[in-house]
Ligand binder design. Structure first.
Ligand SMILES: [Zn+2]
Length: 195
């Protein structure tokens, strides 16, 4: 009961109380802003992944879709889909990079992020590094694709990124992962699934 007595007998605030209140309030505002940013970033990431999913739906047997986004404006710069039936190296990410390069031959690629329904294979992640794209977001992981029987080279995108000393790319997993997984679960039932 000592503290209660202290409060009732000493209603005046100690020196610095209001400063502390103000600091706490500012901290709360910062946290709220950070939280709002997190929510809006999450919504943006899911929006762009949804666009990659829409691209993937154009190739239901090989639902690898990708979009390249200009980070500062949110503009979708290029889209790609797996076209390996035309050329074995035309994976979704390569298709998007080719489309982007065709329109923007001398652009600063570090302005761009890439969203792809599946984790980039080592070829695509290497192409992403050579291009200089900053952040890569994917839905389905390589191990999950392998567990479904898809052909995949067992080198993770994060490893390719880490082993590329001349870039500082970031690989972020698990954007709309269940939706992306569903694409690959539904695609084909053959024993050989090629990306
Ligand atoms: Zn690839």
């Amino acid at each position: 009961m000592l503290s209660q007595g202290f409060i009732t007998k000493n209603p005046s605030r100690p020196a610095g109380y209001f400063n502390v209140r103000k600091q706490v309030k500012n901290l709360q505002a910062d946290y709220e802003q950070e939280w709002m940013n997190m929510i809006s970033n999450k919504q943006a990431d899911e929006y762009y992944m949804q666009q990659a999913i829409e691209m993937a739906r154009k190739a239901p047997d090989f639902p690898f879709g990708a979009v390249i986004v200009r980070r500062t404006t949110g503009e979708i710069i290029a889209k790609g889909v797996n076209r390996s039936s035309e050329n074995p190296i035309f994976h979704g990410e390569i298709d998007a990079i080719n489309s982007c390069a065709a329109v923007n031959p001398s652009i600063d690629w570090s302005e761009f992020d890439l969203y792809t329904t599946a984790e980039p294979c080592p070829m695509c992640q290497s192409a992403i590094e050579w291009a200089g794209i900053s952040t890569i977001y994917y839905g389905t992981s390589i191990p999950y694709l392998q567990s479904l029987g898809w052909w995949q080279i067992g080198i993770r995108a994060e490893e390719v990124s880490r082993r590329t000393p001349f870039r500082q790319s970031t690989v972020i997993a698990g954007i709309l992962e269940l939706e992306c997984n569903a694409l690959f679960e539904a695609a084909g039932t053959g024993s050989t699934r090629l990306k």
